[in-house]
Design a protein around this ligand. Structure first.
Ligand SMILES: Cc1ncc(COP(=O)(O)O)c(C=O)c1O
Length: 402
């Protein structure tokens, strides 16, 4: 069955306000079922997790359901899914836990393609342990991060490779399986930032070869939350700081304090929604793969439309190669016009496409865009051809000084 974007759009009350949303890479809009699931969990009888009262069992069930849903989304094990406030917070937590195993003179690899959330926690943890940081550079013209740019930095002292599965600025998708395989062969763990990828296509952690895969439900139609998936056996090797009475079991060992049950319920609802983008039968993992492939095809078609439209406007400069396989995310500027002004004037026309570095600050600087960045347009599950037309028309008018 084909992807029914009109049917999908009807389920997003936010779209009734009329804006064309290209701000999805910063956080997507949310379907009604997700809001309902959050409200239902908040207003039902609920207690701390346990097995004695119905209220305790409800909390326990919500957590178990969210771990199972996230595992289905990523091809991970439910027992290896760790929830936290955001990907940034979780990555800081994991950086400290992993750094306990590092010794002075060890090395880690980070990339300039990454969002700062997959750079700075590692750089700061490395500094605290006298560990050397090796920086992998992408090609600022094509926006590509060649495998060798990362693997050429590996040595027998490398403990960790932190790399993005998709750039939130350029949409570049590095060849993660090749990078993680070489990292593993060198004895290093890999921490893959999947925040931008998970919203746009099927994910298979095992095929990616990621020891850790981080993402954030609020980027894929869910509530504001982060999660990290890892094989439980890998989590067992880590000893994060934790309270004395809190459980030492995996994955709870990494989840500090009480989990936000209502947001976990919303996460499960978002993943179920994704699984139903193309209605079907069978296990949720299979439905997710089918739906996410259909979503990818839908978004790729809109990306082609957007690329073609922007290419016809001579005053538009776009960053990264439009021909490579990437997520449907376009970074551009209009010659002679500050990107902040483009952002503002697009907003006045009901087209939401913000400007900035979007915290991919190393990436923005390496592109020559400094800390200011450029305008980013991201396609989301609810984007349609009319939205893309609105964006291209508005950019054409601004470029013509209208
Ligand atoms: C690629 C990427 N990584 C990490 C993050 C940080 O995610 P969070 O807001 O959950 O900390 C973002 C958020 O924009 C992102 O786009």
């Amino acid at each position: 069955m084909a992807y029914d974007v009109n049917g999908v759009r009807k389920q997003f009350p936010a779209l009734d306000e009329g804006a064309a949303h290209f701000d999805g890479p910063g956080g997507s809009q949310v379907p009604t079922v997700v809001g309902e699931a959050v409200a239902a969990a908040l207003t039902a009888a609920i207690a701390n997790r346990g097995s004695v009262t119905a209220a305790e069992r409800r909390a326990d069930g919500i957590v178990a359901a969210a771990r199972a849903a996230a595992a289905d989304l990523l091809g991970a094990e439910p027992g290896g899914v760790v929830f936290g406030r955001s990907m940034t917070q979780l990555t800081y937590d994991f950086s400290r836990a992993l750094a306990k195993q590092w010794a002075p003179g060890d090395e880690i690899v980070v990339t300039r393609l990454d969002h700062d959330a997959n750079i700075r926690p590692w750089v700061q943890a490395a500094r605290a342990r006298e560990v050397t940081v090796r920086w992998a550079d992408f090609d600022p013209v094509s926006g590509e991060l060649p495998v060798e740019a990362v693997t050429g930095l590996l040595s027998e002292r490398t403990r960790l490779v932190a790399v993005t599965a998709a750039s939130n600025l350029l949409g570049t998708r590095p060849a993660i399986p090749a990078i993680t395989a070489r990292a593993r062969a060198a004895g290093a763990l890999s921490y893959v930032d999947g925040v931008h990828l998970a919203a746009h296509g099927p994910v298979d952690m095992v095929a990616l070869g990621a020891d850790f895969f981080a993402c954030s439900p609020y980027k894929f139609l869910g509530p504001h939350l982060g999660l990290v998936a890892a094989p439980p056996a890998v989590l067992e090797t880590l000893r994060p700081d934790k309270l004395l009475p809190s459980t030492d079991a995996v994955p709870e060992r990494f989840e500090l304090g009480t989990l936000p049950y209502e947001l976990l319920a919303g996460t499960t609802a978002a993943i179920d929604f994704l699984a139903n983008l193309v209605p079907g039968d069978g296990p949720r993992r299979d439905r997710l793969l089918t739906s996410m492939r259909a979503l990818e095809a839908h978004e790729d078609a809109l990306l082609k439309q957007l690329d073609a439209g922007l290419a016809e406007i001579p005053a538009v400069t776009r960053y990264g190669s439009p021909t490579r396989h990437r997520t449907p995310t376009v970074l551009f500027s209009i010659n002679g016009m500050p990107s902040a002004a483009v952002y503002e004037q697009l907003g006045q026309r009901g087209v939401n496409a913000p400007a900035g570095s979007f915290y991919a600050i190393e990436c923005s600087r390496h592109l020559g865009l400094g800390d200011t960045g450029a305008v980013r347009a991201g396609i989301a599950p609810y984007t349609n051809a009319a939205d893309v037309d609105r964006l291209v028309t508005a950019v054409r008018e601004l470029a013509a000084g209208r």
